[in-house]
Design a protein around this ligand. Sequence first.
Ligand code: DC
Length: 225
Amino acid sequence: MRKIIIAIDGPAGAGKTSTAKLLATKLKYIYIDTGAMYRAVTLAYLNSKTELNNENLAKTISNISIELKPSDNGQITLLNGTDVSEEIRSVLVNQYVSPVSANEHVRKKLVDIQRKLGERKCCVMDGRDIGTIVFPNAELKIFLTASLEERTKRRWLEYNKQAGVNNLSFDEVSEQISSRDKYDSSRAVSPLYMADDAIKIDNSNITLEQQVEIIYNLAIDIIGN
Ligand code: DC
């Protein structure tokens, strides 16, 4: 059986994380949520209570350790040894994660870690630049997307599950997502775009299970039975 890397990229709220998690379980592959790493750096930066600039971000990134560990739910994120899996999904982190992740020092360190994690292959990695920058030779590249309305609905539900943290209206969440898309797609370093050899899947009108099945079958075609 061939060992492969499956890269799943796409905009915010496209369902990359849920898809990657289920797919990895089905394939008995490891799952790596690179967005969680950028979120953990953002949390570390927010905790530093410093101004958002290149120097402070360089300092933040050089002083922290970030680890991803497999768990029953897929993966936990550790920042300096502390489990921050829930904290990194907060509204505040969502607000700051795009500018923090656009920083070249932050990207360099995280891309190095991601390449190490994928060295042995057999992994499903989701993010924005996995098929273009982190693993341009990934054997299977998926670009997941959905309408802005559908993506807003999903993020809105996610926020509502975090009791007490959703002070945003539906329109505000929509605005947050579309400005994050614009930021992520237009930044100078590793912007979000679809690799030429990626397969695009719009999941606005299909279920998570259907979508996982589609990608699973594509993977099995490459891996072999
Ligand atoms: O997938 P997510 O919403 O958890 O990602 C959070 C942010 O991290 C997203 O706005 C852009 C950034 N990100 C990135 O720049 N590169 C990646 N590989 C993954 C995420």
